[in-house]
Design a protein around this ligand. Structure first.
Ligand code: CA
Ligand code: ZN
Length: 301
């Protein structure tokens, strides 16, 4: 299997990136990823004062996918996410949305037998890991989009649905798509309120191929249980309105529902959720259960 080491990283999605790996469509390949601090923090004594901020949010890649043309819809399937190191978390007063913090700290936490071990002053807790990919995307048509930003190209969406078994649909803007990912979290709740999740180095195994689905809004997510639209904006209202509009478009134009049926089902069993509220633009998603569409005869993407 082709693989790219975590030394092959970039910090902004751009059409001018030089491909580091070339794969065929549907070919399994893997990317080794650093944590979002480029693995610079390895103990609790390594506080963010020592960070080189130019090396934040590395994505491994870019990967050129043979046969992908500008305008193509591509399906990125995450086959496996293996964590390859400990989890790092920082507190930074003034960053993120937890406003009562007064101290800058670093906590390095072990992962043992599939569980993240979190030491607190009141005792030690363990949580089953649920790895997700924070930064994942393709080159935009023009410009440089820093990896810290989410957008239509993907990027720093910090969406916890994007993990093992998930398919992410994106629109390629350049030949080969120029794909990359990084910023894996061992665990994160919706919102990512502290500014980081469980930041962890990893190895991500994927396939990418052109998908032929007319009118699919992007970014679009398919998991085992649900479909989700994803939208990012500096303006929360714009973000959630776009996610809702795009789910309505998906239900009516792709799944073929009548408009009132789509609206009624969206309000009954759809879920509007915050992915993250701490990046320069916030990211929200609208989830809809696949089982409901299946019952109405929609065969799937
Ligand atoms: Ca992130
Ligand atoms: Zn992260």
């Amino acid at each position: 299997m082709k693989s790219l080491s975590n030394e092959k990283v970039f910090y902004a999605f751009s059409p001018n990136m030089t491909p580091q790996l070339v794969v065929e469509q549907n070919e399994l390949f893997s990317l080794e990823t650093c944590d979002c601090f480029s693995n610079q923090l390895s103990s609790n004594e390594d506080t963010i004062e020592k960070l080189n901020w130019d090396a934040i949010n590395p994505a491994t890649g870019p990967v050129f996918v043979e046969g992908v043309k500008p305008g193509d819809l591509v399906r990125v399937k995450i086959e496996k996410v293996e964590l390859t190191g400990p989890t790092v978390m920082v507190t930074i007063p003034g960053a993120g949305r937890v406003q009562g913090l007064t101290k800058t700290t670093t906590h390095v936490s072990e992962i043992k037998e599939g569980k993240l071990i979190i030491k607190t002053e009141k005792g030690t807790l363990s949580f089953p890991i649920d790895p997700m990919v924070g930064v994942i995307g393709v080159a935009p048509e023009e410009g440089n989009i820093a990896n810290g930003m989410p957008g239509n190209h993907g990027g720093n969406m910090d969406c916890k649905l994007i993990g093992e078994g998930t398919a992410l649909y994106l629109r390629a803007a350049v030949p080969g798509a120029l794909f990359g990912c990084g910023d894996i979290h061992s665990l994160m709740g919706d919102g990512e309120v502290l500014v980081c999740g469980g930041e962890t180095p990893a190895k991500v195994t994927l396939t990418i191929a052109v998908a032929n689905v007319e009118n699919l809004p992007t970014p679009f997510i398919e998991t085992e249980m649900l479909y989700a639209t994803v939208a990012s904006s500096a303006n929360p209202e714009e973000a959630f309105q776009t996610a809702i509009n795009e789910m309505f478009d998906f239900l009516t134009k792709v799944a073929g529902l009548e408009e009132g049926d789509a609206g009624r089902l969206m309000t009954l069993v759809g879920e509007l959720k915050f992915c993250q509220v701490v990046n320069p633009d916030i990211t929200v998603r609208f989830e809809f259960p696949k089982s409901v569409l299946k019952e109405l005869g929609f065969e799937g993407l």
